[in-house]
Each structure stands twice: as C-alpha cells, then as structure tokens.
Design a binder for this molecule. Structure first.
Ligand SMILES: [Zn+2]
Length: 381
C-alpha cells in the first residue's frame, strides 16, 4: 500500500530535505511523497517549530521549466515567486528516490496560479462572456499544448514515479463560489450549468464540429432562469435533464470529448504514470470518464468522511487511492486505523495524507501507528 503525504516545496524549508525525509520514512513509516509542482493560489495554515502560522501562496510552477517543452504553444510556463536553495524541487525528488520513497508530482491542470490573470485570452468565460480569474480553458489548443508540455517537462527532467493531475475540468469555476451574487438562489444544477465555458476556443471549436452554440447558450440561460432570448428550441426542463438531442447537451459533450482527448495526450507525453485526483467539491463526474483514456494509472479520490468513500469508487478504474485531509489526524487514531482497514477491504491501494505543513509532531505520531498497522495488516498491491 502506498502510504504517502503531499507536500509543498517550502514544507522542507528550514532544514535539509534529506533529514526531514529520513524522519518521515523512519519514524512515521511513509513510503512516498507527492510534491506540488504546479499549484493554484492558496491560503494555508502551517505548523512551524511548534507554532501555527498562516501563509499565502500565489501558486505557479515550483520547478525550473525548460523552454523546449513549450515551443508549440503561446502560453509560457508560469514560474512561482517561490525559490529556496534548500527546498528546490529537483533536490527533494532526488532525496526521495535515494530513499525509495517514490516521488510523484501534483499538477493543477486548469488552475495553476497566475495563468488566467496573465493570459485572460485563454481563461474560461461564462455565458455572459466574463472571464474567469481562476481557470484557463483546457479546450483551448494553446492551453492544452502548455499542459502537455508541462507534464512532459516534469517527467522527462525529474525522477518521478507519477504525476497526480488535479483540477482537470473545463469551466468557469466562480459559479461554485458560495457568495456568488445572483438575483435568486441558484441550485447546484444551475451552478453547474452556469460554470459551462463559452470562451472563444470552445465556441469556435464546438461550432466547427456542428454544435449550435447559440442554441446551447439560449437553453442554458433558460434553464438557469435568465430568459434572455426568444430563440428557444427546447423546453427548460429538457435542457436541465440533459436531453441528448439538445444543443446544450451536445455542447457540454463536446467539451467532455476535448477534455478526454487532452488527458490521452498528457498520458502519451508523460514518462511517468498519470493519476487523476478527483475532489468532491468539483463535479467532474460527467465531464471525464477516466476509463476512456486508459491506461490512466488510477484515481485518487478525496473522501473527507468515513463511509462515503466506498460510494466514490469508480468500478471502471483499476487502481484507487484515498486523499485524506488533516481532520483525520486530529481524530482518535483508532478511527484512522479502522478507516484504513475498511478502505483496504473495498479495494483502496494507497493513501495520500494532505499535507505535510499541517501536521504537528503529535499528528505525525498518530500516522506512525496507522502506518505500522497498514504494513502488518493490509496487503501490498
Ligand atoms: Zn472554453
């Protein structure tokens, strides 16, 4: 069983990566590390020298890109402001390899920090034409080339056992904001429709493939309640229920196909296995069918509460791992052991604890007991 923890490069700042890894491997019993390589902006609490602190990161790339991999795209790699001699991405990867702690890189596909602001022309746009501040559109050929280049750059230039791809979605993510101002309360279904991207690349591409984009927009507006057009050819309830004959369905399906094609391209560009990270906060289920792009190595599913994760297993996928948030470390450690046993019994092959900076020494010690249990009782796949 993979027993791994995610980390940002700065989680190794302040001491040599090698000594911290020695402790994680020897004292805690981890056999893997998953290191953020391309991240979205974030606000995070962090445990430093026994004290909590809070940090803001603009995200971006945490490794040194090589331009060769980005020649076919107008998007340039987006370096982060973060640099540290002690915590260089390559150094941490190599230190992991020396200890046989299989290193993976984590990549935010559409949300890497700085992308949408630096390249508004590549950002997702909603039905009103407003560009996203959070997401670039993966249906845009330049964005697709940039992401495939990034994975190629990472896996050919660093000793990685895998890449965990997160945020693989096409959409105007602001639609999910809790405090989105709207003239009425939007249902989850309406938010999902509002997140549909209508950027230039999507509109042109879908139109070239025979989708009636104007009809799709009208159906979407009607389904949400924005009756802005009298050009409706479909009843609202049909658009909402995903009637396969509707233009809106065809439009969203076209985006799903672009996304699956991109995942296949990324898989082909990568020298290491590709794992998809599925988070319940973002509804990608009907967007991506990972089995369509087999052999994607597997799915890592974020399951914050016990019992719910067995429902989250996708039976079409062979390998499953769990992404376990820090709330687990705060619980009774027997809960964690119990959860690992259940996870193993339904076919979970590994766990990723999120993330190193959030663990105090006492939090790590509860993982130590869980790791010992996992080694003794859970079959290694
Ligand atoms: Zn788009």
């Amino acid at each position: 069983m993979r027993f791994s923890m995610t980390a940002y490069p700065w989680d190794f700042d302040g001491e040599e990566a090698s000594s911290r890894l020695d402790r994680l491997q020897g004292d805690v019993g981890l056999n893997g590390v998953s290191l953020w390589a391309a991240a979205a902006p974030s606000l995070q609490f962090r445990m430093e020298d026994g004290e909590w602190s809070m940090h803001r990161s603009d995200g971006g790339l945490f490794f040194q890109p090589s331009s060769y991999h980005y020649e076919g795209t107008r998007c340039r790699p987006l370096s982060s402001g973060f640099r540290s001699s002690k915590a260089a991405f390559m150094d941490i990867c190599q230190a992991c390899v020396e200890r046989v702690m299989l290193p993976r890189a984590i990549v935010s596909a559409c949300g890497t920090g700085g992308g949408p602001r630096r390249y508004p022309e590549f950002a997702c746009r909603n039905v009103f034409g407003l560009e996203s501040r959070n997401t670039v559109c993966l249906a845009n050929p330049d964005v697709a080339g940039w992401l495939a280049g990034e994975v190629s750059d990472l896996t050919w230039n660093h000793p990685l056992a895998g890449v965990m791809l997160t945020d693989y979605e096409i959409g105007w993510r602001e639609a999910w904001h809790e405090r989105l101002p709207a003239p009425w309360a939007l249902s989850q279904g309406q938010r999902k429709l509002l997140s549909t991207c209508f950027c230039n690349a999507c509109r042109k591409g879908a139109s070239a493939d025979g989708v009636d984009v104007e009809d799709a927009k009208s159906q979407l507006c009607a389904a949400i309640g924005f009756q802005v057009s009298n050009h409706l050819s479909t009843r609202v309830d049909e658009a909402q229920s995903g009637d396969v004959s509707s233009a809106l369905f065809a439009y969203r399906q076209w985006q799903s196909q672009r996304l699956n094609a991109l995942l296949g391209r990324i898989r082909d560009a990568s020298r290491a296995e590709i794992w998809l990270v599925r988070k319940p906060s973002v509804d990608t289920d009907d967007n991506v069918r990972a089995s369509d792009v087999s052999p994607i190595a597997g799915l890592v599913t974020d399951v914050p509460v016990t019992g719910a994760w067995s429902n989250a297993l996708d039976r079409r996928i062979r390998n499953h791992e769990l992404w376990i948030g820090p709330d687990w470390a705060a619980r009774d450690e027997s809960d964690l052991v119990q959860m690992l046993a259940e996870a193993s019994s339904v076919g979970i092959h590994g766990v990723e604890f999120d993330h190193l900076g959030l663990y105090s020494e006492s939090g790590l010690s509860s993982l130590r007991r869980a790791a010992r249990f996992a080694r003794r009782n859970i079959a290694v796949s």
